[in-house]
Design a protein around this ligand. Sequence first.
Ligand code: AKG
Length: 279
Amino acid sequence: MLVLRLLDAKGYGYNRMVTLPTQRTQYESDGFLLVPSLLPADLVSRAVAGMDAVRRGEYNTGRAPQPSPWRPGDDPNQLCKIEQPQFADTAIRDLVSSPILGEMAAAITGASMVQAWWVQLLYKPPATPDLNAKTNVGWHQDRAYWGAWEEGSELFTAWVALSDVREGCGPMRFVRGSHRFGLLPEGDFFEQDIDRQQSAIRLPDGAAWDEVPAILPPGGVSFHDRFTLHGSGPNTSGRPRRSLAIHLRTERSRPVDDTRQGLTEFIDDTSLCPVLHQR
Ligand SMILES: O=C(O)CCC(=O)C(=O)O
């Protein structure tokens, strides 16, 4: 990928990238792709401030996020997962709407339309000796949670690093090639004993467990397929690990029975669920 640095109409710097054909091939073959430099620093630093505001319960749009596993005032030592934070904060909304994300997503999938249909704010605090603090993300495949979409729908995720995500930060880890394993029954986002869980996962015959950490600087992005097995361990860095998981779809997707409920409830409102790319 080649990245060109340009200014938009408001004077914000942004990256324009030229995708190499090998990146699409790599995404198709591995089930994920790491793009270490994609989003500009100003967009990222505004989104970090937005993340802190949303965690405090301050919503500059006047609208709250969707009901979430973590709410303002909850234990700061637990994994903080807030659903649809772009409803609540304009800086997060700007980042989620970033056309460069859509361009990259379209380049690796060959799609003519890319929409952000659901977003999760993920803040993994530094690990503490508190045994009740749950900060791991168990091995899982996103498709297991996305039954609101028809079978075969092209759904995937852009995971945007908002902090420097190194090995010690509990980076997301992908199992290379697992998007071809089919849906595995042992997946569970909320499982904390990820080593025990891994040993219980039965791989298809001939498949190997080849784990890759998503090491990314702020503004780096990983893309992963809905069937790619992934999870993350404790953050021992002493600093919070910050990210946004932006769940994407292409024109090759359809809600079950074409209804709008649960995870598909908001897709017709493109101010909340922006279309990032349209050819
Ligand atoms: O942030 C993590 O560790 C896991 C995120 C995740 O499960 C996802 O983006 O699909």
